[in-house]
Design a protein around this ligand. Structure first.
Ligand SMILES: Nc1ncnc2c1ncn2[C@@H]1O[C@H](COP(=O)(O)OP(=O)(O)OP(=O)(O)O)[C@@H](O)[C@H]1O
Length: 509
């Protein structure tokens, strides 16, 4: 494809995407100068060691708390590590800070459990300061435990006896904000008594392009349908406003003012975000956006963090593990993530690395092949610094924020620019520096250069390792390969035994 064709493809089809707000024209804003910020939230932010808002956070603040007043749905395309989480969390918490009745008003949906946990931490750092509670629906605990966290069942007064036939205690939400993955969200929508989205004011779809790629049990049409139905039932013509002692309803009036023509007001406000936001009209149509406003950074659709340094390292296929070890040794003990192209190669590479004697760092595997509990444990140890090298499949590529990751290595070349962006984006976050190395065979170089041209800030220098790092490793590499062979044989026979046992017990059943 020629450069002209590339350019054509990057011009958004949707008219509202062609005149975006450029986030790079914003500067950081000290909290002391931020208009309207609730002083309690200022203190909470300072406790998080945040003294100013990043550009994307200021741009969103302007469109929500500022003059924009949440009038339009926001589509935010901003680089990895630019602070998108707080960009939506802060205005939502500030807006809900004046509500005195507890009910579920904000829903944040993320594609994975680890990401949801991370986002919940951010909300939990600010929401309690203004008396709001945050819940999690990700399937980390049993559904019963989760329900008891999310739903409040008021206790009957002592000494008063009710006939249960006559009195059903009103179930109420225990949380104002819910962070969820689609599967568990659907479980609660379908089965949890008292779980309702009828008061929902804010819907955040984080990692939008990933969430729109799969149906995830049709969570999006379901949520939109429920909230739309609520809008309709609260239109003045459809509702008689009879006061009920047991239920508190949000009254959505039909407003013609401020761009809400024909829409119930206040309506459900949507914020959708990604570092690689889709521009595909049919995908975006699923979100049913209201008068959307597009916020993006710079000219090109794909952006790499400004302080990221990309490097390419040439090596023959058979020596890739050896070069990787030499590279890891040359980088020292700082945290590093090594990405491979599949769960199988992640396992194999990690086993091989652990077969090298006397490496000065601890290496663990993190992949979609592992159980969630194993993954969470590994991630925790990596965050703490007990593990220095994480060998990962693309399970880790999106959104994960681990402090102190200075280097990312693409052991296998990513097939798409999006993958490169999300992998590289695990470093150089929050304005810090970071490096991304890609190991390349000669026949991959052309494809890699072409892939990088699609992004802004795409300079990529050649990286060479001194032979003093390579030469001493040859003999160790040979014995590591031998050990790998033994380990693989052991694993295969263990799997065979387990398979045999379970087929026997299957026959008995
Ligand atoms: N205003 C701020 N000042 C200092 N640090 C901040 C600020 N806002 C966010 N951060 C930090 O920046 C890091 C990246 O933030 P966040 O995870 O929200 O990025 P992101 O844009 O969502 O990235 P990704 O696209 O990879 O998900 C986090 O460690 C966060 O604590």
């Amino acid at each position: 494809m020629g450069a002209e064709e590339d350019k054509q493809k990057s011009i958004p089809v949707l008219p509202w995407m062609r005149s975006p707000i450029d986030v790079s024209s914003f500067d950081e804003c000290p909290l002391t100068l931020l208009p309207c910020l609730d002083p309690r939230l200022k203190v909470a932010l300072e406790n998080m060691e945040i003294s100013s808002l990043f550009p994307v956070q200021l741009a969103v603040w302007q469109e929500t708390i500022g003059p924009g007043s949440f009038e339009r749905d926001l589509c935010i395309n901003s680089p990895t590590g630019s602070g998108k989480t707080l960009a939506y969390a802060l205005p939502i918490v500030q807006m809900l800070s004046t509500r005195s009745v507890k009910c579920l008003r904000a829903l944040v949906v993320l594609p994975t459990r680890d990401l949801a946990l991370q986002v919940k931490e951010v909300f939990s750092a600010i929401a309690p300061a203004v008396g709001l509670s945050v819940g999690l629906a990700v399937g980390q605990s049993s559904i019963a435990d989760e329900i008891s966290e999310l739903i409040n069942r008021p206790k009957l007064q002592l000494g008063v006896s009710f006939d249960p036939e006559d009195f059903l205690p009103e179930l109420q939400s225990s949380v104002d904000i819910l962070v969820a993955t689609p599967g568990r969200l659907m479980d609660h929508i379908n089965n949890t008594k008292g779980f309702t989205l009828e008061h929902l004011c804010y819907l955040v779809v984080d990692e939008t392009d990933r969430l729109l790629r799969e149906a995830y049990q049709s969570w999006l049409p379901t949520v939109l349908q429920i909230t739309r139905a609520n809008d309709e039932s609260f239109l003045p013509c459809a509702h008689t406003f009879l006061p009920s002692p047991f239920s508190l309803k949000t009254i959505r009036r039909s407003g013609l003012e401020r761009g809400f023509k024909g829409k119930p007001y206040p309506r459900l406000v949507k914020m959708v975000l990604s570092a690689t936001l889709t521009q595909d009209p049919s995908k975006l149509a699923q979100l049913d956006l209201h008068h959307p406003l597009f916020l993006t950074t710079g000219q090109k659709r794909y952006q790499l963090p400004v302080k990221l340094q990309s490097y390419k390292l040439f090596c023959e296929s058979k020596y890739k593990p050896l070069y990787l070890v030499a590279l890891l040794q040359s980088l020292g003990e700082e945290k590093c993530i090594v990405f491979t192209s599949s769960v199988e190669s992640t396992h194999r590479l990690c086993t091989l690395l652990n077969s090298f004697d006397n490496l000065p760092f601890k290496i663990k595997e993190y992949s979609g092949l592992q159980r969630q509990s194993v993954r969470s444990k590994t991630l925790k140890a990596f965050r703490k610094g007990d593990i220095q090298v994480l060998v990962s499949s693309d399970a880790m590529t999106r959104g994960m924020d681990v402090e102190g990751v200075r280097n990312v290595i693409n052991y296998d070349m990513p097939a798409y620019i999006k993958t490169y962006i999300h992998r590289a984006g695990r470093t150089a976050r929050a304005g810090q520096t970071g490096c991304c190395f890609t190991l390349l065979r000669e026949d991959e170089v052309k494809r890699f250069n072409k892939l990088l041209r699609k992004a802004e800030n795409n300079s990529c220098s050649k990286y060479s390792l001194p032979s003093s790092y390579i030469e001493p490793l040859h003999s160790v590499y040979e014995s590591a390969l031998e050990k790998l062979k033994e380990t693989v044989e052991m694993e295969t026979s263990r799997k065979r035994k387990i398979g045999f046992k379970s087929s026997l017990s299957g026959e008995r059943k």
